[in-house]
Design a protein around this ligand. Structure first.
Ligand SMILES: Nc1ncnc2c1ncn2[C@@H]1O[C@H](COP(=O)(O)OP(=O)(O)O)[C@@H](O)[C@H]1O
Ligand SMILES: [Mg+2]
Length: 366
């Protein structure tokens, strides 16, 4: 079943409306106006509210040589697709069945329009995606060459999102709040502790995936935020850099000592997680990967789609490695999830192995 079959007539009408407005009139909304054609889609209560960055990805595959100033390079393939960690997570979570709302910012331009249309089509509530009139929508240019990849990001409107843009009524009607790409979101970053503190006080569960710090500062202020986080979702390298430990074992002990469950994703090796003194490892699902763009976000989407619905940590971790692996089967982070029938077959065959052990907490506080 393709995603479009999940849509109601009203949704299809909304799509057509957005398509028409794309062609005939540029976005004319100001930064305080709402953007969804039908702001009641989907209806609260929400399973998940994602506060995050929005950008398109321009992927140039198999560039013949590393880019260099003053020289031209040729790519074999080009894809323009929904980017941004937060949007990939939110889009895939919605496709996997979570009633999802998004808070973010785009520019008044072609890419902003496209992002809104894609997220609307995938059934998200986009009514709190605001349109900035001063800066353009973010864009990440990704080039792959000789089995590796490089990225250049123009942050644009994502940096304009601040705590003033939070719709507290929307948060109050949700079960779970997630934020991705903490380091990229300079406008809301100083207020993340307040955001999560308030969300916890309102009874939500919470999760955070910082992703990479482009300034490579990995500051300690993150520890004040982790106090209000139920599940922290870094990859293994980020976990070590944030905790300032040179091995994942110490990193997991340190981060869990701050009070959260920590799930460190380890690429093709699967995941290692820790809750209190209990350690979980889950093997990955073997795949012939096209690219790993958005694998972490797709892991998060699968994990949250179970965790938020009250399933066990074990079940949520196992489902996450299935969705993480599945995302690598197509270019970009969301393309694979356009074919839900294929996902269902993939998930039915996948058999990730979970091991649970008790760990001895060493004195790792810094
Ligand atoms: N090549 C792969 N084969 C199978 N599973 C993968 C592969 N790459 C990623 N995954 C799955 O996706 C998860 C997240 O990927 P990872 O690369 O660790 O995240 P990030 O994109 O945040 O760095 C992994 O824990 C794993 O379960
Ligand atoms: Mg990641």
């Amino acid at each position: 079943m393709q995603i479009k079959f999940l849509l109601t007539h009203r949704d299809l009408f909304a799509q057509q409306l957005l398509l028409c407005s794309d062609i005939f009139c540029p976005m004319s909304k100001t930064s305080t106006q709402q953007t969804s054609a039908f702001k009641e889609i989907p209806n609260p209560p929400y399973d998940l509210v994602v506060v995050g960055e929005l950008n398109m990805d321009l992927i140039l595959d198999h560039v013949n040589n590393l880019p260099e100033i003053g020289k031209e390079r040729i790519a074999e393939n080009m894809t323009i697709t929904l980017g941004s960690s937060s949007a990939i997570l939110a889009s895939n979570a919605s496709v996997l069945g979570l009633c999802t709302a998004f808070t973010g910012r785009v520019g008044d331009d072609l890419f902003g329009n496209r992002i809104l249309r894609i997220l609307d089509e995938r059934g998200l509530d986009t009514s709190n995606i605001l349109v900035s009139d001063k800066v353009n929508t973010g864009l990440t240019c990704i080039y792959t060459t000789k089995g590796d990849r490089g990225m250049i990001t123009y942050p644009g409107a994502m940096e304009e999102l601040t705590i003033k843009d939070i719709n507290w009524e929307q948060i109050g009607s949700a079960r779970h709040l997630h934020l991705s790409s903490y380091y990229l979101q300079k406008g809301i970053r100083p207020d993340c502790a307040e955001l999560f503190n308030k969300a916890k006080a309102m009874g939500l569960t919470t999760s955070l995936d910082t992703n990479w710090d482009p300034d490579e500062q990995w500051g300690d202020e993150i520890y004040d935020i982790l106090k209000f986080i139920d599940v922290f979702l870094p990859n293994d390298e980020e976990a070590m850099l944030i905790s300032k430990k040179d091995n994942l074992d110490d990193a997991l002990h340190f981060l869990t000592s701050l009070g959260c469950i920590v799930v460190a994703t380890c690429g093709s090796k699967g995941i290692i997680a820790q809750s209190g003194s209990t350690r979980y490892t889950v093997t990955s699902v073997p795949v012939t990967s096209v690219d790993a763009i958005g694998a972490g976000d797709s892991f998060n989407a699968g994990f949250l789609s179970r965790f938020v619905k009250g399933q066990s940590l074990e079940e949520s971790l196992k489902f996450g490695v299935v969705t993480g692996a599945f995302s690598t089967l197509e270019a970009g982070g969301t393309t694979a999830f356009e074919d839900i029938e294929r996902f269902q077959k993939f998930a039915a065959r996948a058999n990730p192995q979970l091991t649970k052990t008790e760990t001895k907490a060493t004195d790792v506080k810094s």
